[in-house]
Design a protein around this ligand. Structure first.
Ligand code: 5GP
Length: 129
């Protein structure tokens, strides 16, 4: 069965998509740790990041870096934190999280955003890509 994220890639589930190419997609996390929390995923469904082919892994890091730089301009923060967990969704994803404090990267505290805030974030991040 396809992962939730494969369904997002295929347009079967909605998402606030930021940017994609033939290999990767960046979209906003629906239950963000902090405003601007973004996920970067490979379109090829694979469970664990270190099982990726080396060149695909490096390409995912390159894609994530580009998105992180735009995110840092769009969302005021001290820096962009990066994390890979995957305990909830078994489809590789890099978390990019605008950080103000350590709690923002701990996945214990969530923030809720309105549809308008999600849409505004997408536009703002895209404007810096
Ligand atoms: P992890 O697998 O790294 O523990 O976390 C999965 C992440 O995916 C969580 O931050 C969660 O909020 C996010 N997530 C789970 N389902 C969806 C979804 O349907 N849409 C979006 N945009 N994010 C999701």
């Amino acid at each position: 069965m396809s992962s939730i994220f494969t369904k997002i890639i295929n347009g079967e589930l909605p998402a606030y998509k930021i940017v994609e190419d033939d290999q990767f997609l960046a979209f906003l996390d629906i239950n963000p740790n902090a405003k601007g929390h973004t996920l970067c995923i490979p379109k090829k469904e694979i469970n664990k990041i270190f099982d990726m082919e080396e060149e695909d892994y490096v390409a995912l890091m390159r894609f994530s870096r580009k998105v992180a730089k735009a995110l840092e301009k769009a969302v005021p923060c001290k820096r962009i934190g990066m994390s890979v967990v995957g305990l909830e969704v078994p489809h590789v994803h890099v978390h990019l999280i605008p950080l103000q404090e350590m709690d923002d990267i701990r996945f214990t505290r969530k923030t809720s955003l309105s549809v308008e805030e999600f849409e505004e974030l997408v536009k703002s991040i895209q404007s810096y890509l």
